[in-house]
Design a protein around this ligand. Structure first.
Ligand code: IPE
Ligand code: IPE
Ligand code: MG
Length: 253
């Protein structure tokens, strides 16, 4: 069934715990506002919740965690908020990578990194290299990421790799160039903060992902909230176009 263990090509084994969780961490600003704090206080608290989420994934045997930290559209925010977010990113890389490494976490940053200042780019490269041999958990941070950007950059690379080819392209030709080529498609997508939209996150990869939306703001999304999302996932029947009966007869037919 193709060389990729892509969830839209194969029906994954039914499992109570998702293999790959993708999260839009939304609601930091509103969390701060409710407390009469500046928005950045929400982002600071948000980083703490990332730490808790990574721990929870390690404990639960989740293999891939992909977090939307900064979208290609977030540059539209006020300059001081953007700058504070960048500083937080730098600080998190400086302070957390050692511990991630000790815990067997492999870190990757996906997105158009060329827009970041050189220091941040080099911290990202260092963190990726340092953790490249780790296999317990793949932690992917989407920064200056956009789903459409991802598809277009992959398309450009695909075409450049075979300039003489004119036709017959298929999904499998494109997939190796997508930012998340190394991972199976997300099983569970979580968006906190109450909005029910994708906001240009993983457009290609979410085709058959189970979606979970919660009004809980990201800084309040603790392990108990995460377990609620996983429990909801555990109740879903993933049919991938098939009938319910087919699934119970032959799960991987
Ligand atoms: C998500 O929280 C974090 C980023 C987008 C960086 P928000 O900052 O979007 O918080 P709200 O949506 O304004 O509450
Ligand atoms: C999505 O949140 C991006 C991240 C969480 C990084 P936004 O707060 O930017 O999304 P919109 O603008 O409400 O769709
Ligand atoms: Mg938001």
């Amino acid at each position: 069934m193709g060389i990729f263990s892509s969830s839209t090509r194969q029906v994954p084994e039914a499992a109570a715990v998702p293999r790959h969780v993708a999260v839009i961490m939304d609601g930091n600003g509103r969390w701060a506002k409710k407390r009469f704090l500046p928005r950045v206080a929400g982002h600071v608290k948000g980083v703490e919740l990332v730490r808790e989420m990574v721990r929870a994934c390690l404990e639960r045997g989740i293999q891939y965690l992909t977090l939307f930290a900064f979208s290609s559209e977030n540059w539209r925010r006020p300059a001081d908020e953007v700058s504070l977010l960048m500083q937080l990113f730098v600080k998190a890389l400086e302070q957390e990578v050692e511990k991630l490494d000790r815990n067997g976490v492999r870190l990757r940053v996906i997105g158009d990194l060329s827009a970041f200042e050189p220091r941040l780019q080099s911290l990202i490269r260092q963190a990726e290299n340092k953790t490249a041999g780790n296999t317990r958990l793949d932690l992917n941070i989407a920064a200056n990421y956009g789903g459409r950007w991802d598809i277009m950059q992959a398309l450009n690379k695909m075409l450049a790799a075979q300039p003489e080819r004119r036709e017959g392209w298929g999904e499998a030709d494109l997939e190796p160039y997508l930012s998340m080529h190394f991972a199976p498609e997300p099983d569970l997508f979580i968006r906190t903060g109450g909005e029910e939209r994708i906001s240009n996150f993983l457009l290609w990869q979410l085709a058959y992902t189970e979606l979970y939306f919660t009004p809980t703001l990201w800084p309040d999304f603790d392990t108990a909230e995460f377990d609620k999302a996983i429990a909801s996932y555990g109740q879903r029947e993933r049919r991938f176009g098939r009938t319910s009966e087919q699934l119970t007869e032959k799960p991987n037919a």
